[in-house]
Design a protein around this ligand. Structure first.
Ligand SMILES: Nc1ncnc2c1ncn2[C@@H]1O[C@H](COP(=O)(O)OP(=O)(O)OP(=O)(O)O)[C@@H](O)[C@H]1O
Ligand SMILES: [Mg+2]
Length: 493
């Protein structure tokens, strides 16, 4: 049987650095095919080449045995190829409906394009991803990142493609939305659509994929039938060595309270109270929209409190801005690195040290040597993959951008660190490095608030887990809890 898609000899270099070297994979009709590899292995670049978003130096692409030329995203769309980008490419200052119809060959725009016609076009696809309750006239910038991810999926669906490339589509989705996506993938499969699925989540790969292709340093290592391989083998193919999952270091909780939150109320949060102890990693679980990120925003002075108090180290704490919060020893690694965290066109070094510059200045000059030395040591610990520290952050792979953001806050050495999904989009080996760093922070007596949409991560890292549900705190669970207990508290009415 001829493959639906055949991709061979794909090479792409940036300057002297190869992102892909003669990479290849093939796709059968109706299969879900995983692309896996460490951060920076070349997965997104390969997906973008097939989608016409990146021009390869060499590539041979065939659809049903026929060579095709894919030079632009429009070429790809015309050939029936759709993509959900890792860095969502939505227009923030346009509405949901506008984002769905723009450059969409399935929607005919004319002088009479009315809001209602756009809405009629969008609704079936929004319904499929569970976003049909939203007003299609809403600005995309007002959506949560999880909702944006669902919108990008709905847009790809609306193009009625027969090949869909999904680059980490679940990185910001909670379990309920992930389940909905998986059901959708089953339906697409049954109708003969082939899906390329890029993810770092092993459980997802083994659940929904039929075959897997592993990339390492831009080279295709091998393709396997999922039924004939296992997690350990895939990890070894990815990293070229054995990786031991790090165990959680045993901790004795101190009884000294570092931060005390009482009756915290904002537009979204309703009377949240809890204590964070020195040396504690306190997990924050909940569905998308439960108020997890809003808790960070409230503690950081980004959202106005309508009631409640926060004490830090026994002293009242009313941050008026992020800078104010930082001065008092708080750090926040935000959820969306692109919108809230990184300056994409600035260098890796500048992005990393931006928050600690005051400490590195003497007589108004930045001590460049100290800056590089500190950054280098953190980058080694996080195994950041880059060519030069002076390259723009935009040139890093998604996972390595996330690590840069984390590096900034680790350099700042705060007393309380609020981590909003820090391992999002991080490969299996690098995840272990991040977990070890969280252990290390706690062992040094810091307090860590850890938001995560991956329950195993919360169970691995935390001493206690707070569960938020619709802005309320519905449970405080011990480290020895189960995924079921967390889900029950997160979904109960
Ligand atoms: N515009 C660019 N300029 C320079 N280098 C780039 C550019 N885009 C990608 N690269 C490099 O190409 C390599 C592959 O990146 P790619 O984004 O494909 O990785 P990935 O496998 O998707 O990783 P991740 O899991 O972190 O998303 C990386 O080393 C990256 O730094
Ligand atoms: Mg990527």
């Amino acid at each position: 049987m001829t493959d639906l898609l055949n991709v061979e000899g794909v090479s792409k270099h940036y300057g002297g650095i190869y992102a892909l070297k003669n990479a290849c994979f093939s796709l059968r009709a109706g299969e879900v095919h995983a692309l896996m590899g460490e951060n920076g292995a070349g997965k997104s670049t390969l997906a973008r080449v097939v989608a016409g978003a990146t021009r390869a130096n060499t590539a041979t692409i065939k659809i049903e045995g026929q060579p095709v030329a894919i030079r632009t995203p429009l070429d790809a769309q015309t050939l029936g190829i759709g993509i959900i980008y890792q860095e969502l490419d939505l227009f923030q200052h346009q509405t949901i409906a506008e984002n769905m119809v723009v450059r969409n060959t399935r929607f005919r725009e004319d002088a009479f394009t009315s809001k209602s016609r756009m809405k009629v076009f969008c609704l079936p696809y929004l319904r499929q991803v569970g976003l049909d309750h939203l007003d299609t006239g809403r600005m995309v910038s007002s959506l949560s990142i999880g909702e944006m991810q669902l919108l990008a999926i709905a847009r790809a669906l609306s193009m009625e493609a027969r090949i869909i490339l999904m680059d980490e589509p679940t990185s910001s989705l909670m379990d309920d939305a992930v389940e909905r996506l998986f059901a959708l993938i089953e339906k697409l499969k049954a109708s003969g659509v082939a899906i390329v699925y890029v993810s770092h989540k092993m459980d997802e790969i083994f659940r929904i994929c039929d075959r897997i292709t592993v990339l390492r340093d831009g080279v295709t290592i091998d393709t396997r039938e999922i039924a004939e391989t296992n997690v350990q083998e895939v990890i070894e193919m990815m990293v070229g060595r054995k990786v031991d999952p790090s165990a959680r270091s045993h901790r004795h909780l101190s009884d000294s309270v570092l931060m005390s939150v009482s009756g915290l109320t904002t537009k979204k949060l309703k009377g949240i109270s809890f204590d964070l102890y020195r040396g504690e990693v306190l997990g924050i679980a909940g569905l998308v929209g439960a108020g997890r990120s809003e808790l960070g925003a409230a503690l950081f002075g980004l959202d106005r409190l309508s009631a409640g108090t926060v004490e830090l180290d026994g002293r009242a704490f009313h941050p008026r801005s992020a800078t104010d919060a930082m001065r008092r020893g708080m750090g926040l690694v935000p959820e969306d690195r692109k919108l809230e965290g990184l300056m994409m066109q600035m260098s890796i070094l500048e992005n990393g040290t931006m928050a600690v510059l005051p400490r590195m200045q003497s007589l108004g000059f930045i001590d460049k040597k100290l800056e590089e030395r500190e950054m280098q040591s953190i980058h080694t610990r996080l195994a950041l993959k880059f060519t030069s520290l002076t390259d723009p952050v935009a040139s890093l792979s998604g996972g390595n951008q996330q690590k840069t953001l984390l590096a900034r806050w680790l350099l700042l050495n705060p007393d309380v660190l609020f981590l909003d999904d820090p391992a999002r989009g991080i490969d299996v080996a690098a995840k272990q490095d991040i977990y070890r760093m969280i252990d290390e922070l706690a062992a040094r007596g810091k307090g860590v608030l850890l938001v995560s949409s991956e329950l195993p991560e919360l169970l691995r890292c935390c001493d206690r887990i707070l569960v938020l549900n619709n802005g309320r705190l519905t449970a405080t669970l011990p480290a020895a809890t189960t995924q079921e207990c967390i889900m029950t508290a997160a979904t109960q009415r």
